[in-house]
Design a protein around this ligand. Sequence first.
Ligand code: ADP
Ligand code: MG
Length: 210
Amino acid sequence: MISYDDILAWVRRFAAAVTANKAYLTELDSAIGDADHGINMDRGFTAVVGKLDGLASPDIGAALKTVGTTLVSTVGGASGPLYGMFFMQMGGAVTGKEALTLEEFATAFETGLGGVLRIGKAEPGDKTMVDALIPARDALRAAIADGASVSDAITRMADGAEQGMLATVPLVARKGRASYLGERSAGHQDPGATSSHLLLRSAAEVWAGR
Ligand code: ADP
Ligand code: MG
């Protein structure tokens, strides 16, 4: 099972990873965007961490929804509404739950991804965060089908995101600011796919050995 404390530890771990990678994410965004992805994510997750201690009940759904609404209200760039939607939708799928099975986590993840796809309208290969999240979803589903432990399944999910992130390098962007560059966007790793990999790698690190 994945507990309420596990979920909060994941969010805190990712917030720390974002701070540690703030300059790197911004540097990636300077090549094909407007050099603010690390700044945007760090502003949002610093605000998120400030909210976590004040949460009233051990409700995973409510906590994830708070993460999402905080991101929407503090991050101006495209990533604010996209990550905000991911967490709000994920939370909505697990309202009132104090712990999640791997299956429930996977379903919540898919619901979050569905929200990102609905508002961003990106398709696989458009060079966005979706290119990390979809292979992650597929790897998680395959791991569950194999009967993997929580730790192994989440590691395979993160590995899927990493492969998807690396595969954005040669792609020509068709969504977001990077699409303004056309062919010149090829040869650079997508910042949002990179932060999405960090998000899922943070879960794998925090839940190792489970
Ligand atoms: P902005 O582009 O507004 O400056 P950020 O720099 O914070 O926002 O985030 C850029 C990232 O957002 C991109 O690298 C990409 O992964 C993601 N992104 C942009 N548009 C979309 C979209 N329509 N769907 C999914 N992800 C997107
Ligand atoms: Mg940007």
